[in-house]
Ligand binder design. Sequence first.
Ligand code: MN
Ligand code: MN
Length: 471
Amino acid sequence: MSKKNDTKSKAEQLKEKLLIKKESGAKKISADELKKADAFCEEYKNFLNKAKTEREAVAYAVKAAKKAGFTEFDRTKTYKAGDKVYVNNRNKSVMLAVIGKNGTKDGVRLGIAHIDSPRLDLKPNPLYESNDLALFKTHYYGGIKKYQWTTIPLALHGVVALKDGTTVDVTMGEKDSEPCFCVTDLLPHLADEQVRKPMYKAVTGEELNVLIGSRPFCTDEESESVKLNVMNIIFEKYGITEEDFLSADLTMVPSFKSKDIGFDRSMIGSYGHDDRVCAYPALMAALDAKNPDRTVITVLTDREEIGSEGNTGMKSTFMFDFIADLAQSDGEEVRHVMAKSSCLSADVNAAFDPTYASAYEANNSCYVNNGAVITKYTGSRGKSGTSEATAEFMAKVRAILDENGVIWQTGELGKVDIGGGGTIAKFVANLNVDVVDLGVPVLSMHAPFEVVSKIDVYMTYRAIASFYAAK
Ligand code: MN
Ligand code: MN
């Protein structure tokens, strides 16, 4: 049934005026913006393949920042509006700032995303041989469903630091010409006992051992010659010995590449969307920020997946200290700057999954393609372990998004009392900053292969860029 515009019923008119219009962002987006979203995601896919660890993400960000005119911050220098600086924190987190017309006087605008993802770290003493196979012991990092990490191709990434002060970069298993690695699993024929276990017990942390070799060092009659042969190959390639594993950050990540998902190519499947899918838009917004009123600071942080602990995570003072330096050079007190500052904590939320619908509350879930998701609070149970954005700050953010034509939605992380999670928001809030979570809905979050929508990735970039540019 069709109807002319001028004959809208009273109910239709009221609906338009009073109710939220629930419609897929894929219907709302213009053809031009859709094209931009798809193009934006092409380079995002490259970023995913190049930056699988926080160190690689920092290297990517610093390189891109330098190219865009950012220079390394020097606290003895004075900076003027429009200047661009970066701070590299131990090659594991990085901050990019564009100095505003008013500097820090009216507070700063912060965009913070994390660049660490769940993975299998090597233990400090990883290498061993068992029944003529060489393996690495691992210690998982972040919240994973352990069974998902068996029988998938893994690549080794990281650095080994030597006593002479040099470091060796390691990447093995990414190129088609390179070998990769894997965690084995029990065949179904013999898994009767295993498959009857609860899922969280079916594969244990100590069973996440990575297969790395099987041939012995030929001239050696001693025991452990497979281990010796593997260590010799590693020595010849990287010049490191077994003891050097003690001073290494080495990790196993999925070796597969990001791929378009769906016949319509509307989505991207990849390792590490959480939270590169917000880090990349935040980085692009930082590079594109031009003459903002307030100084704009983008932070790509480490250690979020294990609770933001440590000197490269958001519980560290590194960001606060940087803002203190900026404030000091403006003749401001940092505590006054913080009180006037605001922040988008750019992190993902769980996209409604129709296959697991019972975990979600449909009215308050975020959906694939419906745009950047604003999450007022995270936490678990009775809003435990979370900050919550004030009504006033929520209003400010949604006004900015609407003024700039950003497609956005709101979401809670699943049903009340079913689980929960957190982000860096609460640590920023503790600094007396207004903060809210905004990011991309993700399917299969924390799995080795997560899925996001291209529209949502682009809208998160538009959201952060609009926030940076807003008065
Ligand atoms: Mn996250
Ligand atoms: Mn996460």
